[in-house]
Design a protein around this ligand. Structure first.
Ligand SMILES: Nc1ncnc2c1ncn2[C@@H]1O[C@H](COP(=O)(O)OP(=O)(O)O)[C@@H](O)[C@H]1O
Ligand SMILES: [Mg+2]
Length: 266
């Protein structure tokens, strides 16, 4: 079980006069085996913060720790630990090669772990089938190209690909925002089931507070690169203290998405 800790993280884009600080000293703990929701309006720095945890941005100050080890510099032990964090993005196409079959994409991600690299092809195929089953897709789909799948199915493949690296921490960045409302619930249900069965530590980024309230043990609210409020859903969403959180809550649509619909694969 693995904690993910952000300690006073600062990230800027650009340099010199054009430098723009978009994460301005964020401290956040995602406790081992828990799901923390990160909410806030578009542009508040949520994605930038998460991307830094998988090495896509380098903070110029602060630390990002897994089990107490700073992964920003990512050398030696820290570099190995980095594989323990995987990210799923809003757009599944960003991680799937359009010319590569679904199975080949997942197999490629398996190779990250040495034990699969050494195994033979047949064993990797079995592991790919297991991963597809884990995300509730028919293993026969492994021969399909991404374009032959629906948006919801592609996002399941993206989740399977992330899980292929056997992460202990999963960052989910608006993973249902690009999907039809009718399939958002099934993908979120899948994520929750996987989180529980693998005991993953999850940072769940969303602008939908209603979903976060249902899914997450704790919630952090980000505004202009800072966390303005954090705590349990009961505290933050049911009894918000910060005016910005109140504003976000007023914007929750009355009719939620069908979260607990255990419908067919989508
Ligand atoms: N690659 C980039 N280069 C420069 N500015 C960026 C880049 N990515 C995001 N930004 C800016 O950083 C700020 C935070 O963006 P982002 O982290 O994507 O926020 P969020 O995920 O909360 O919508 C925004 O003002 C955005 O325009
Ligand atoms: Mg974002």
């Amino acid at each position: 079980m693995t904690d993910l800790v952000f300690e006073n993280v600062r990230i800027k884009y650009g340099s010199g006069n054009s430098a723009h600080e978009v994460v301005r000293g964020v401290s956040l703990i995602v406790p081992a085996g828990r799901t923390v929701g990160l909410v806030g309006e578009s542009g508040s720095g949520k994605s930038t913060l998460a991307r830094a945890a998988v090495g896509l941005h380098e903070p110029y100050a602060g630390r990002i720790l897994i089990d107490g080890i700073d992964i920003v510099k990512a050398q030696g032990t820290a570099a190995a630990l980095r594989r323990d964090i995987q990210m799923v993005f809003q757009d599944a196409n960003s991680c799937l090669n359009p010319r590569m079959s679904v199975g080949a994409s997942i197999e490629e991600a398996l190779a990250v772990r040495g034990k699969f690299a050494r195994r033979d092809r047949a064993q990797r195929r079995i592991e790919v089938a297991n991963l597809l089953e884990l995300v509730e897709l028919d293993p026969a789909r492994s021969r399909d190209l991404p374009m032959q799948l629906s948006g919801g199915q592609r996002q399941r493949v993206a989740i399977a690909r992330a899980l292929a690296a056997e992460p202990r921490v999963l960052l989910a960045d608006e993973i249902t925002s690009a999907l039809d409302v009718s399939v958002q619930g099934t993908v979120l249900n899948l994520l929750m089931r996987v989180q529980r069965s693998l005991n993953l530590t999850v940072l769940f980024i969303s602008h939908n507070l209603a979903v976060v309230r249902q899914l997450c043990d704790e919630v952090a609210v980000m505004k202009d690169g800072e966390v303005v409020e954090a705590g349990t859903g009961t505290h933050v969403i049911d009894d918000p203290q910060h005016p910005y959180t109140r504003e976000l809550i007023r914007a929750i649509p009355r009719i939620g998405i069908p979260l607990f619909d255990e419908g067919a694969n989508s």
